[in-house]
Design a protein around this ligand. Structure first.
Ligand SMILES: [Zn+2]
Length: 485
């Protein structure tokens, strides 16, 4: 919450390096704490979460923590943009800008012709052309904890921050869980560097054959190996579950070690991936082919269980926060049944048409309106997230950002106490963007192979209908090469 409360963890490590390089006097000068009594801001990013799944669960008492968030604020939907590729949208959420401005145009490098470059490398944080919210907050004396945000590797050196980077959510199967990879050490996985050692045991537990296997089996059950197709989907989903549980454990550790920072961010992928893979089993009547009853019985609850697990994680996070925390739960888009006549397509849930995502704003300074009625749920757009977070942190919005702070959802009293500040151009002096980096030998090909296998890119995953061209402002920017994801 304040820098002061973060000192014990920082001090230990700062002391070591400060003594080593003989800068002890400057340590004393900067260790006084800001004395800020600012309530912590917490962002829970939930990829692909939709009320179509969450609302019935919440009404049945199966997402009690989501219910608490909604009861303590306002729940609705957030408008998104096309194309709905995670690296683009989560970077837009973190920067308040469109892909054209932030420069993350796809999973891997785009060519000048608007098509992915053959052999192009996955985008990395150094490719981003504008500062992200963690940089804006940290550079302006707000403390930050950020875990697993898209395109955050290499972890940026942001003052007052602890960053656990992700190369790409799917690639975490390769980046984070492989003991070999981990033992070799991924450079710049965290900032500061020492944090990597602190979280190493948690990363090790996330290994594909580690203790989370049992945990997953208890919650989701297992799939017979001779159900080859369903078995594969389950296998992919396990990877995402391992990643989410691992990131949750890392996030909780950060919250525990030094208390919440001024700004805390965490990302979860399992609502999106369960939706992609298991929609046909949850809602078989929607599809133009027969889904075997035995498979429906075994896999029909997977999406709901994934949401219930997310709710457990929400509750664990909420338990670590003071009552005055301001929480934003936000999705990059929603999810609907898709590829209705393509039984061999790995993805039976999708978001090509950019269905709106879920948004909940929660805390004592949010107007308490509960879950808004269907048809009247629009709270804002993804470009409003960064300006809103800045405003909550008492910082000016970015003059170049596409959206606006969602002041209308805050209480009258808060609005009076927190007048909008004149916008600022944070791009001034921001480092130049550079080409993608690769964390280790062969990792880029591993990433591309993994995405291919997971059904996100590649020739095996051609959609049955062309993707929508969508917003004309976006149409010239990016052509969806494969129409997937
Ligand atoms: Zn998705």
């Amino acid at each position: 919450m304040t820098r002061l409360t973060r000192l014990p963890g920082w001090r230990r490590n700062l002391l070591v390096s400060a003594v080593a390089v003989g800068v002890f006097p400057s340590l004393l000068a900067c260790s006084g704490g800001s004395g800020s009594d600012r309530a912590p801001v917490v962002v829970i990013g939930v990829d692909g979460m939709t009320w179509a799944v969450a609302e019935p669960l919440m009404n049945a008492g199966k997402m009690p923590n989501l219910q608490k968030l909604v009861d303590n604020g306002v729940g609705g939907v957030v408008r998104t943009d096309l194309p709905t590729f995670s690296p683009i949208l989560w970077t837009s959420i973190a920067t308040g800008t469109r892909a054209k401005q932030h420069g993350i145009a796809y999973f891997s490098e785009m060519g000048a012709n608007g098509q992915p470059k053959p052999g192009g490398l996955p985008y990395t944080s150094n490719c981003r052309k504008v500062p992200a919210i963690w940089g804006l907050a940290g550079e302006n004396d707000r403390s930050v904890d950020s875990v697993a945000w898209w395109v955050s590797w290499p972890a940026e050196e942001v003052p007052n921050s602890r960053i656990v980077a992700s190369y790409a959510a799917q690639a975490q199967a390769l980046m984070l869980w492989k003991p070999l990879v981990h033992d070799e050490g991924i450079p710049s996985l965290t900032y500061p560097d020492w944090l990597q050692e602190d979280i190493a045991p948690i990363l090790a537990d996330g290994h594909p054959s580690g203790p989370l296997v049992q945990q997953y089996n208890q919650r989701f059950g297992s799939v017979p190996t001779d159900w080859q197709f369903a078995f594969e989907l389950d296998r992919f989903f396990r990877g995402v579950y391992h990643a989410d549980q691992t990131h949750q454990d890392v996030f909780l550790k950060l919250l525990e070690d030094d208390g919440p920072a001024d700004l805390n961010l965490v990302y979860f992928g399992s609502a999106d991936v369960s939706g992609h893979y298991f929609w046909r089993y949850r809602q078989p009547d929607k599809f133009k082919y027969q889904v075997p009853a035995a498979h429906v019985e075994r896999l029909g609850q997977h999406i709901d269980k994934a949401y219930e697990q997310l709710d457990v994680w929400f509750g664990e996070i909420m338990a670590k926060l003071p009552t005055d925390a301001t929480i934003m739960l936000v999705s990059d888009h929603g999810m609907v049944a898709s590829n209705l006549d393509a039984p061999q397509h790995k993805q039976s849930g999708g978001h090509d048409g950019a269905p709106p995502g879920t948004m909940v704003l929660s805390g004592p300074m949010v107007n308490n309106r509960g879950l808004l009625p269907q048809g009247k749920r629009l709270l804002g757009g993804i470009y409003d997230v960064a300006p809103t977070l800045l405003h909550w942190l008492d910082l000016p919005s970015g003059s170049y950002m596409e959206g606006d702070a969602l002041r209308q959802h805050m209480t009258e009293a808060w609005q009076v106490e927190h007048p909008a500040l004149p916008a600022k151009d944070y791009r001034q002096g921001f480092r130049a963007a550079t080409s993608p980096l690769v964390p280790g030998e062969d990792m880029n090909q591993g990433f591309i192979d993994a995405l291919n296998e997971l059904g996100y890119i590649g020739e095996d995953n051609q959609p049955q209908t062309p993707p929508p061209t969508g917003d004309p402002k976006q149409a010239d920017l990016i052509q969806d090469p494969d129409g997937t994801k």
